[in-house]
Ligand binder design. Structure first.
Ligand code: CP
Length: 306
């Protein structure tokens, strides 16, 4: 992680992940303090380059870097020279020439940060690449689960929704199975590819939300990513909600202490009802809060001298 940044969960060992989670725990209490400013990244410059929309990831990376004392700059594709036809590699070489210490990037194409990491010496942190990986989301999800459960091993985690287009699902699959959790994938058949069952003996799939939720310790809902597949997989929000939207009555068959998660942004009335999203067992805002601690840990571990 130190020399190449953080490109995904797949190449990390359980020990690597544990180290990031341990460091995140160190930063968790800081979030509630009045004085949050540290100096460990003082003198470092972090560029945030977002080719896709983001509220949570972009803001929390920026807050994390600032809380560690780094200088930050945020660039979106709109309003940059990308609008004038500059290629991704030329843009990145241009930015790297200004000698930032790390680049945090989100891109619509799977593999974009991996491609750039082959050419640039500047460490790259993947803030989501296409349908491939969203490593810091899986890390903050794990941290949030571990705030409520003693261990990931043996947990039954239901991941429900648009799995096929979800980088969050893919990063979580890597992370959860490395730690021995059982993962049940659920959604309409075109959204839950059969090959994911071959991912690990710990992974199974069902098309029935009731079956996925039965005895679940963790229910992780996913957004339907209309921007990636148009509307051909979903006839209407109402119909999707009828079969795959999480409602209060579903929670009766989960474990009594089951938690409800969603990476956001949530679409109330499509993936999740308001009663569940705002329910005491919903940890959606805890996930957002943990995003800052996890991103502080990732930035911190990037610079070994700190
Ligand atoms: N979870 C997540 O990646 O949210 P944003 O798109 O708002 O960053």
């Amino acid at each position: 992680m130190q020399s190449r940044g953080l490109l995904g969960i797949e190449p990390l060992t359980a020990e690597d992940i544990q180290k990031i989670l341990d460091r995140s725990r160190f930063y968790q209490p800081l979030q509630a303090r009045t004085g949050k400013k540290l100096t460990s990244l003082s003198g470092k410059t972090i560029l945030h380059l977002f080719y896709e929309s983001s509220t949570r990831t972009r803001t929390s990376f920026e807050i994390a870097a600032k809380r560690l004392g780094a200088d930050t700059l945020s660039i979106t594709a709109k309003g940059s020279s990308v609008d004038k036809g500059e290629s991704l590699l030329d843009t990145m070489n241009t930015l790297a020439a200004m000698r930032p210490d790390a680049i945090v990037m989100r891109h619509a194409s799977s593999g974009a940060p991996h491609f750039l990491a082959r050419y640039l010496e500047t460490p790259i942190i993947n803030a989501g690449d296409g349908t491939h990986e969203h490593p810091t989301q899986a890390l903050l999800d794990a941290l949030t689960i571990l705030d409520h459960k003693p261990s990931l091993a043996g947990l039954r985690v239901a991941i429900i929704g648009d799995i096929v287009h979800s980088r969050v699902a893919r990063s979580n699959l890597h992370l959860l199975t490395k730690f021995g959790a059982q993962v049940v994938l659920c959604g309409p058949p075109p959204m839950v590819p059969k090959e994911l069952e071959r991912f690990s003996p710990l992974v199974s799939r069902t098309f029935r939300i009731e079956e996925a939720i039965t005895d679940a310790d963790v229910i992780m809902m996913l957004r339907v990513q209309l921007e990636r597949h148009g509307s051909y997989l979903v006839s209407s929000a109402n119909e999707y909600f009828r079969f795959y939207g999480l409602r209060l009555e579903h929670l009766k068959s989960a474990k009594p202490d089951a938690i409800v998660m969603h990476p956001g942004p949530i679409n109330r009335g499509r993936e999740i009802s308001s009663e569940v999203a705002d329910f005491p067992r919903s940890v959606i805002l805890n996930q957002v809060e943990n995003g800052v601690a996890v991103r502080m840990a990732v930035l911190d571990l990037l610079f070994p001298s700190n």
